[in-house]
Design a protein around this ligand. Structure first.
Ligand code: 5GP
Length: 207
């Protein structure tokens, strides 16, 4: 059985990174590490949070088809390396992509089976406060991220589910239950059901 490909998106500052990190402690999955042209923040680690690439290198890889999807967000490019994601899914591992809305659409077009989840804040003032609390962004960049959030409202209808981040624990549990639901559909379990059906015939013959 192949793994579930889940996209987790949400406005910048909504806390989706923290939620996804928390989820890892509850349910094993492969977290895709994206490439980006943005500068590392103090908490960033090369090859752990992102692969940091020059604009030239990013453009070269995009042209070579290295990315499953890629998008420009504010003034930088972000992309999901294709091979690790496809390999993990084939191994039966669930994969989570923490990416923005344009990328999410590209994923759904290529993989209609993907689960698209959009994380919302309980209110918009809290989102602004969270971005300001990071202390890593200039007021201009905060404004750019909030304007981007306004644009992203239009993308929400393309997602399968919305989840409100009231608390990290509840938000993580909501997302994980969506993944579990996907795994338990007859369509997803068709190989298992077919095996059971063959067994059932054998049992009847042996009676
Ligand atoms: P940040 O600069 O805050 O780390 O990320 C900015 C935005 O880019 C976030 O919404 C994040 O989810 C998104 N993002 C991160 N990696 C990727 C990626 O590989 N592809 C796309 N399309 N968006 C990404």
């Amino acid at each position: 059985m192949k793994g579930v490909l889940t996209v987790v998106s949400g406005f910048s500052g909504v806390g989706k990174g923290t939620v996804v990190e928390y989820m890892r402690g509850i349910h094993p999955f492969t977290l895709s590490i994206s490439a980006t042209t943005r500068s590392p923040r103090p908490m960033d680690q090369e090859g752990v949070t992102y692969y940091f690439l020059s604009r030239e290198e990013f453009a070269k890889r995009a042209a070579e088809g290295y990315f499953l999807e890629w998008a420009q967000y504010t003034d930088n490019c972000y992309g999901t390396p294709k091979a690790p994601v496809l390999e993990a899914i084939e191994r039966g591992e669930d994969v989570v992509l923490e990416i923005e809305a344009q990328g999410a659409r590209q994923i759904k077009e290529q993989y209609p089976d993907a689960l698209l989840i959009f994380v919302l804040p309980p209110d918009f003032y809290e989102l602004k406060a969270r971005l300001e609390g990071r202390k890593t962004e200039t007021p201009e960049r905060i404004k750019a991220r909030l304007s981007r959030a306004i644009e992203e409202f239009d993308e929400i209808p393309y997602y399968d589910h919305i989840v409100v981040n009231e608390t990290i624990e509840q938000c993580a549990a909501d997302i994980l239950s969506r993944i579990e639901s996907k795994r338990s559909t007859p369509e997803w379990q068709k190989e298992f059901i077919a095996r059971l059906r063959t067994e059932a015939d054998r049992v009847m013959e042996e009676l």
